[in-house]
Every structure is written in structure tokens, then in C-alpha cells.
Design a protein around this ligand. Structure first.
Ligand code: OSB
Ligand code: MG
Length: 369
């Protein structure tokens, strides 16, 4: 489709409650929404980069710059036919996967709308609803954590992930396990340990966890391969996998036994599908991570999570877990079986609430050929 106009919207959304991880705490979520007009249709995408570089080197600020200077100009006025074509056109930009992924998402929305198909159909997703869980930030105390988890269980979530960091790891996880002996439970360290300090995590091996997510640094895939044999619990990589070749290398090194796929982190939905397929061939289960997305990114996550090798519940929670007012008119709710229904209308299956968009928008810029 010939891309006639691209608009980038910088948005700051107030979170329902502060979200604390090993790399910091936030009470607002910044993101860039990408709007592309082509052949009478409009597609929307979301760039998942955070305001600060705690999770990844990419930030909403760097994404804004890279989009404006290097990714959007060569696309304007061009006929971009499919994801492979898009990836070729942005291959001159090293890294900046989240900036690329936001544009790819908007293009998928356009391509799907043009064909009258849902994104799930276009990606080859099979499940009309997907298993989901909730990612719980670090709380003021272990007892506060147990109470927060209890609240989510009362809402119907059947899988919980808790964030950990040095000093807030074993006791917190033990407290949750003691309170909920049968809960599907996993932990996420967001790379807060080193190969030397990660021995502190060994007691987690007795807590029947689904997985331990990203204990070591992003660029320490090799060290994860040294750490995994010390645990019966599967390690899962998040930050380390920023492209399909990293997934292949991690599996060759046996650095993990589960992979977290975030389309944003890996450069787009097409790259997420490639990693999904690679893991499926090797019997490595994957699941869909989250980045506190608005309804736009959430719709995209639901579509990819409906592919068959997404064997573990995703970090895709109901809208109300994140925002009291979302940027989309559609609100995602939790079904009684701890699933969320994948949108079925053409494209991403969501529409933008323009009032909310203008309320939360800090900056907007439009580009045409
Ligand atoms: O590591 O999975 C992560 C949120 C922002 C950045 C990184 C992560 C997260 C989450 C939240 O865990 C998942 C969600 O969107 O519910
Ligand atoms: Mg993670």
C-alpha cells in the first residue's frame, strides 16, 4: 500500500497504580502511537519504548528521533507490500527494534483492514481467546505483595508473575508460594543479577515456579547458559532476545528453556512470528510478554499470542489493570477462565478514542512525501 501520511503522537498515560521493577518505579507510561494513512484507510501502531532506558537502551525520546530522522522518511510515498518489504526498507537502521516494531504494527493494521481480515487471521493465530496472567510489581513489603496477589486472584487471574530484585527475591517469592500453594507462579528479575550474585536465587528452585525470567544482563546470553544448569526451573529470556538470531543462539547455547516474545523488543510482529516458529521447531514453549501497552499494543499482543506455540499464559492483562481510561474505545476484560478474547474485526480490531488521545498527548508531528 502506498503510504500517504504518517503521524506520530507522543502520549503520557497515568497508570492505575505505580509499577516497580528492579530497574525503577513509574506511575505514568509514555509511548508513541504511529498513525499511517494509505489508500483511504488508517492503521495504528504503538512503539513500546519506555521514557527511561532502564529496560532497554531505547526510550520514547530516542524512538521519536529515529522515527523522524531515519525510519519514516524512506517510507513516505512508497508502496510497502508486506513485512519482509518493510524490514528491507528499514534495514539501514541498526537496532531500534521498538521504533521499527511500532511502524510494522501500523502497517499490519493497514494490510489486515485492506483485506477485511483480523490481525489474528493474517498472522495465522489459531485460538479465539488466549491464556493470560498478571505481572505484579515490587510491593512495599512481602505481606503487601501477598495482599496484591490475592486481589488479582479474586479478579480471576490464574497465573501470576512477580518482579524480584536483590534483597527482594527469596522471601517475597516464598511468601506468595506459602499463601497460594497451587498458583501458577513465575518471577522476573529484569537482569538485576550477575553470574556471581545469581546463586542467591538457588532457593527459588524449590518453589515450583513456571520459570525464572531474565536473571542476568541483556548481553549475557553466554552467562545464562552457565547459569541454567544450576536450576531445574526453566530460565526464560526477555531482554536478551532482540532478534531471531539471538533466539537461535540462545537455544544453541541452552541459555534458556522458555522464550518471552515481545513483538516490540524484537523489531516487529514478523520477527516475533519467526522466533515463535524457530522455538516451535525445537519444542521450546514461548509466551507473550507485555510492556504496559495501551489498547493498541494490547490488541497486537493478543493476536500474536493466539499462535499455537504460545504455550504459557501471556503478560496481557485486562485494561483496568493498567489504565482507568485507555486510548482505545475498546476495553479488554478478563474472561472467567483467565483468558482474554482476541479481537475479530478487521485489522488490530481497535479504534482510537480521540478525546483520550488529545487529553494524554504531549506532542504530535505529521509527515507526508
Ligand atoms: O520485563 O516483562 C517485563 C513492563 C515493562 C517493561 C518490562 C516488563 C514489563 C512487565 C509488565 O512485566 C507486563 C505487562 O504489560 O503486564
Ligand atoms: Mg521481563
Amino acid at each position: 500500500m502506498k503510504l500517504e501520511q504518517i503521524t506520530i503522537h507522543y502520549v503520557r498515560m497515568p497508570l492505575q497504580s505505580p509499577f516497580a521493577t528492579s530497574f525503577g518505579s513509574i506511575d505514568t507510561r509514555d509511548c508513541i502511537l504511529i498513525e499511517i494513512k494509505a489508500e483511504g484507510l488508517t492503521g495504528w501502531g504503538e512503539c513500546a519504548a519506555d521514557y527511561d532506558p532502564g529496560y532497554s537502551y531505547e526510550t520514547s525520546g530516542t524512538s521519536w528521533l529515529i522515527l523522524k530522522e531515519f525510519i519514516l522518511p524512506p517510507l513516505l510515498g512508497q508502496d510497502v507490500s508486506d513485512a519482509a518489504d518493510f524490514q528491507r526498507r528499514v534495514a539501514h537502521v541498526k537496532g531500534h527494534q521498538m521504533a521499527k516494531a511500532g511502524v510494522e504494527m501500523a502497517l499490519w493494521d493497514l494490510w489486515a483492514r485492506a483485506q477485511g481480515k483480523s490481525l489474528r487471521q493474517l498472522l495465522g493465530g489459531e485460538h479465539p481467546r488466549v491464556d493470560v496472567g498478571v505481572s505484579v510489581g515490587i510491593q512495599p513489603s512481602s505481606s503487601a505483595l501477598v495482599a496484591t496477589v490475592e486481589g488479582y486472584l479474586a479478579q480471576g487471574y490464574r497465573r501470576v508473575k512477580i518482579k524480584i530484585k536483590p534483597g527482594r527475591d527469596i522471601a517475597d517469592t516464598q511468601a506468595v508460594r506459602r499463601a497460594f500453594p497451587d498458583l501458577r507462579l513465575q518471577v522476573d528479575a529484569n537482569s538485576a543479577y550477575t553470574l556471581e550474585t545469581a546463586d542467591a536465587l538457588l532457593p527459588l528452585d524449590d518453589l515450583n515456579l513456571l520459570l525464572i525470567e531474565q536473571p542476568l544482563a541483556e548481553d549475557d546470553i553466554w552467562d545464562h547458559s552457565r547459569l541454567q544448569p544450576k536450576f531445574r526451573t526453566p530460565l526464560c529470556l526477555d531482554e536478551s532476545i532482540t532478534k531471531p538470531s539471538h533466539a537461535r543462539q540462545a537455544l544453541e547455547m541452552e541459555a534458556c528453556r522458555v522464550v518471552n516474545i515481545k513483538p516490540g523488543r524484537v523489531g516487529g510482529l514478523s520477527q516475533g512470528v519467526l522466533i515463535h516458529n524457530l522455538c516451535a521447531e525445537q519444542d521450546i514453549p514461548v509466551w507473550c510478554g507485555g510492556m504496559l501497552e495501551t489498547g493498541v499494543g494490547r490488541a497486537s499482543n493478543l493476536a500474536i499470542a493466539s499462535l499455537p506455540n504460545f504455550k504459557l499464559p501471556g503478560d496481557i492483562s485486562a485494561t483496568e489493570r493498567y489504565y482507568s481510561e485507555d486510548i482505545t474505545n475498546e476495553i479488554f476484560t478478563l474472561n472467567s477462565d483467565s483468558t482474554i478474547t482476541v479481537p475479530e474485526t478487521p485489522g488490530l480490531g481497535v479504534t482510537i478514542n480521540l478525546k483520550a488521545l488529545t487529553r494524554y498527548r504531549m506532542q504530535v508531528e505529521s509527515f507526508a512525501p
